[in-house]
Design a protein around this ligand. Structure first.
Ligand SMILES: NC(=O)c1ccc[n+]([C@@H]2O[C@H](COP(=O)([O-])OP(=O)(O)OC[C@H]3O[C@@H](n4cnc5c(N)ncnc54)[C@H](OP(=O)(O)O)[C@@H]3O)[C@@H](O)[C@H]2O)c1
Length: 264
């Protein structure tokens, strides 16, 4: 199936590793020009080199801290200067810190708000004029299965990510007249540093399990009986970003091996 992504310009944030990197890799493999952004410049450039090696696409790496509005504005300005427009925004961000309610400070709440919700607002605000000019676009948010079922110990994620989903659903209506689609993708348990360093794995290591045993434990309640791979997300994101997905908007789709069992 030709996804019609050749020559499209995609901005993928938080993309030096993990899920964001997999989304960028899938989009580049389909012929999109990509811009990746995250904080550590060395890791980001290394990732850009890797993607250049496996694709014929232009790949730019622009170090950015998504908590800082001025850095988001500068990022989008550079993309527009270099590529002349943006067709696809994959709005990914690092996960907020773990912690229960009484352990979280005011600053942690504010940082998580900036990173998880306001970065999405600021990115969309910056890319929208270009998408409108191009008479179409794709906005895809990477959220979490926590928007369908809260995850113990991840209060900030549980509280703030539903705001991203509400934003996306509302924008899917507001932006439909411009042929701009807005969708959310929810990772379940995906094998990245975030999962390995998170409470699920670390909690089991603290009880004496090895990392491998902890991961085995975490597959037990997943119907497909495996931890997800970042490319499981990348494949869906490439499809949602494509011309083929032009009639899909306002959806929230989990990629979780069947973990979330709610009907909606
Ligand atoms: N993996 C899972 O099982 C899972 C499940 C549900 C939801 N999620 C969510 O999916 C998203 C991606 O997770 P992942 O597993 O791919 O994590 P990861 O492997 O730890 O990668 C996180 C990425 O975010 C970047 N990042 C972190 N803070 C940033 C900031 N302030 N500004 C810009 N970039 C930043 C990191 O680069 P720098 O550190 O260099 O900035 C890195 O590229 C997260 O929001 C996570 O909570 C993951």
């Amino acid at each position: 199936m030709d996804l019609g992504l050749t020559g499209k310009v995609a901005l993928i944030t938080a993309a030096s590793k993990g899920i964001g990197k997999a989304c960028a890799t899938s989009l580049a493999a389909e012929g999109a020009h990509i811009v990746i952004a995250s904080r550590n410049p060395e890791v980001l450039e290394q990732t850009a080199q890797e993607i250049r090696h496996i694709s014929n696409s232009a790949v730019s790496a622009l170090p950015t801290d998504l908590r800082r509005p001025e850095e988001i504005a500068a990022l989008v300005t550079k993309v527009l200067d270099e590529f002349g427009g943006i067709d696809i925004l994959v709005n990914n961000a690092g996960g907020p810190p773990v912690g229960k309610f009484e352990a979280l400070s005011e600053k942690q709440w504010q940082d998580a708000f900036d990173l998880t919700l306001l970065s999405a607002v600021r990115l969309i605000r910056s890319v929208l004029p270009s998408m409108k000019l191009r008479q179409g676009g794709r906005i895809i948010h990477i959220v979490s299965s926590s928007v369908k079922q809260p995850i113990e110990g991840l209060l900030l994620s549980n509280a703030l990510r539903p705001g991203v989903v509400g934003l996306a659903k509302t924008l899917s209506l507001e932006l439909a007249p411009y042929q701009i689609t807005v969708n959310n993708v929810c990772p379940g348990r995906i094998l990245t540093d975030r999962l390995l360093q998170g409470p699920g794995v670390q909690g089991k290591i603290a009880q004496g399990l090895t990392e491998e045993e902890a991961l085995q434990e975490l597959t037990k309640d997943i119907p497909l009986k495996r931890i997800g791979r970042p490319e499981d997300l990348g494949n869906l994101v490439a499809f949602l970003a494509s011309q083929r997905a032009g009639y899909i908007t306002g959806t929230t789709i989990q990629v979780d091996g069947g973990l979330i069992q709610s009907i909606f």
